[in-house]
Design a protein around this ligand. Sequence first.
Ligand code: CLF
Ligand code: SF4
Length: 292
Amino acid sequence: MRSNSNPHGRYPPSPDEHPCYTGQHGKFVKMHLPVGGKCNIHCKFCESGLEHEGLRADYPGRTLKVVTPEDASKIIDRVKEECGRIDVVGIAGPGDPLANWEEVKAVFDVVAEEAPEAKRCMSTNGVWLPEMLDDVLEVVHSITVTVNALDPEVAALIYDRALTRDGEILEDEDAARWITEKHEECFDVLSDVKYVLKKVNFVLVPEVNEDEVEKVAKRAAESNFHAMNVIPLIPGGDMKDHRPPTCDEIAEARDRAEKYIPVMRRCMQCRADVIHCHGHPRLIWELLEEGE
Ligand code: CLF
Ligand code: SF4
């Protein structure tokens, strides 16, 4: 197990160097590269899932298309030209980065080569993370795991399908139970990892998981996570008729989480293909077109 080695020569990392942890988006150049498309679970609010092909728009994880390593190289050049530098490169979809690891790793390798100064950041649902942890830690400086419930009964209201690393497809309560077990394992294995920034995302689904927020916050704090991000549900998929939380409900959930762990309050629910050039959101494709 190499989890306590320090491949980046930095120890420990500082949340002050990352726009999503500081909330100071205007001070940074943060870009996302959309890679992958496959997912290994199904969240009921998502319009994707195991069959997801990567064509979503205007939604966390959505993108017009996915990029190859060659595309990534061109995009990096263009962002440097337009924004002057790159501080953070995130991969957060479409789908789950660990279900598309070969492609994700190839793109992160290009980032490491062509923008070595940029912090590499990855957001995952975490279900394959315990088994893939060492590979992931070789590549990223910061990691987000999305955990929407720790109680399997609540999880069953949110997740209804999962694909194990062995290729077994689980459904309904079995899927939800397995996902919560994997999330507990994520907290266990990440607990001692000191040289990456660690954040937990929590999608607040009103009347479903508000009572899970403190459990997740406490578990993340005990596992030495640096921050929690409570994100409002954007109704979609099987939950397209579910109401999103009100501003008061979001504020209350964030206050409950903050009893245990620093809470981000300026999440922009980024698409998978958005670039924030000193705070200004641009889509990769617009930037590329303008550069032609
Ligand atoms: Fe991207 Fe996510 Fe990394 Fe940030 S976004 S992969 S941690 S670099 Fe940030 Fe965007 Fe909110 Fe995510 S504002 S959706 S928290
Ligand atoms: Fe959709 Fe992300 Fe859930 Fe996969 S993990 S189903 S891409 S929301």
